[in-house]
Structures are given as structure tokens and as C-alpha cells.
Design a protein around this ligand. Sequence first.
Ligand SMILES: NC(=O)c1ccc[n+]([C@@H]2O[C@H](COP(=O)([O-])OP(=O)(O)OC[C@H]3O[C@@H](n4cnc5c(N)ncnc54)[C@H](OP(=O)(O)O)[C@@H]3O)[C@@H](O)[C@H]2O)c1
Length: 261
Amino acid sequence: MNKVVAITGASSGIGRAAAVALAAEGAAVVVSARRADLLKALVDEITAAGGRALAVTSDVTSEGDMRALVARAVDAFGRLDVMICNAGIGYYGPIDDTPPDVLRRLLDVNVLGTLHAARAALAVFRRQGHGHLIAISSIAGRRGIGGSSLYSATKAAQIGFIEGLRAEFLGSGLAASIVYPVSTKTEFREALTRDYGHVVQGVGPLQPAESVARAIVRCVRRPTAEVYPHRRSKLLAVLAVTLPGWTDRLVRKYTRRVIHN
Ligand SMILES: NC(=O)c1ccc[n+]([C@@H]2O[C@H](COP(=O)([O-])OP(=O)(O)OC[C@H]3O[C@@H](n4cnc5c(N)ncnc54)[C@H](OP(=O)(O)O)[C@@H]3O)[C@@H](O)[C@H]2O)c1
């Protein structure tokens, strides 16, 4: 695959697994996140395996950082074919108990972070006449889950954004896709413990980051509108539209329990 792919939130979890998988397929990957040491280790791993990778330390909440990320990708590899808006953080708990700074942080990283990365990439995509934007949402954005209404809202915002772009992009050479992982084994929950002292428990399917990465690789090869890495979870989207009240009761069992440390 001869594509140049930028990935936000690539220092761990889904973003890291996607970078490794895409590089193994021949893509040049531009990996970004805030933790420079982890990005360097990732670039070393990819280049040692014969792949092409560049690390750009950046924060998705900074518009300037996202413009710099895209500029570095174009400088290094001559163009940008794909931007994967993956960086994201979680939060569980009732909205009325959620501190305002946490609320703002979630919107900043998950929503504005996606928009900043997308806007920076679009400037290049329009000039090139091609480009593919991929946002990593969540099944919780497709259908809100109890105990994570704030997180679900931020993930739903990504869906509306990508759907709007898809309609705008028709016939343009540009493409946009949205990915809906279910619970995935990553640092996601560790980050909650790190940031808020929360230990989160809950039931439901759990997939490895590598299986989400494989679904992302397929989407990069052949842009598709929507990607459900855990195939059966698509049923939840259908139920949410056809039987919303019944689905409220169904998703109740997936409600996360937060134990405060
Ligand atoms: N794990 C799940 O169960 C799950 C399920 C559905 C959807 N998702 C979505 O998948 C995406 C990736 O999450 P993950 O599960 O792979 O979690 P993760 O292992 O915690 O990875 C999150 C990544 O985002 C980066 N990040 C966080 N804040 C950032 C910021 N301000 N600027 C730049 N990068 C930032 C982190 O890197 P630094 O800390 O180095 O900046 C890290 O690389 C998220 O959008 C999440 O909502 C996850």
C-alpha cells in the first residue's frame, strides 16, 4: 500500500496498533500524540521491521499542532493521503456529578481534537484533489450507553461530522469514514485511573486493538462509510433506530460501574 497516513493518538492502543499494521502493509505512517518517548519507540519498531514512520509530538487540542502535524507529513513524504482522527479519552459517571473542567476536556480532546485534525488535513486534501478522513468513534456514539452519556455525546458528535462530510464529498475524490469499536484492550481505562483515579468495571464484548487495526487497514485500502470492527455490534445500531425504548433496556446491562480510588 503506497499511502501516507497520519494518525493522532498513536502512542498506545488502537492508534499504535493501526500504525504498526499500516506500516507492515507498506504505508508511510506519521504517528502523533503527546508522549514523545512512546512515539520514538514506535518509530524504532516500525523502521527496524523495514517500514517508514515519522513521529510528531502534538496535542490534538491545539489547532497549531494539528497544522504542524500535517505540514511535517507533507514535508517528509510529499503528500498526505489519509488522516486518522483517533486520539480520545473516556469518562464515566453521571453528568450532574461531572466537574466542568472534565466536561470541557472531553469536548476539547474528542470533539475539537477531531475537528482540528480534520481541518488541517482537509486543507491539503482539497489542494491534492484526494484524501481520506477516518474518525475513530465508538459503538457508544452510535447508541448511548448508561453511565457514559458525556463520552457517548462526544463520540456521537464525530458521527454527525463524518456523515455531513460524506454528503459534501460525493463526486469530489475525497472520502470520509467512521469506525465504531466496542470495548477494546488498550490503555483507555488506565488513562481514567491515571487522570481521575477511576477504576471502571462492566460487561460486554472486548476486542483486541489488533482486530480494530485490521478493520482500519481494510478501510484505508477501500474507503467504506462505516466500519464495525466487531461485526455483531452493527445490530445495536439497527435496534437503536427501530426499537429505541427496548434498546434502552438492552444497553442497561452494559452500564459501566465506577469505583473511585
Ligand atoms: N478502548 C476502548 O474500549 C474504545 C472503544 C471504542 C472507541 N474507542 C476510541 O478509540 C480511540 C483510541 O483509544 P484507545 O482505546 O486506543 O485508548 P488509549 O490506549 O488510551 O489511546 C489514546 C491515545 O490518545 C492519545 N491522546 C489522549 N489525549 C491526547 C491529546 N490531548 N492530544 C493528542 N493525543 C492524545 C494518547 O496519547 P498521549 O497520552 O501520548 O497523548 C493515546 O495515544 C479513542 O478515540 C476512543 O474513544 C476506544
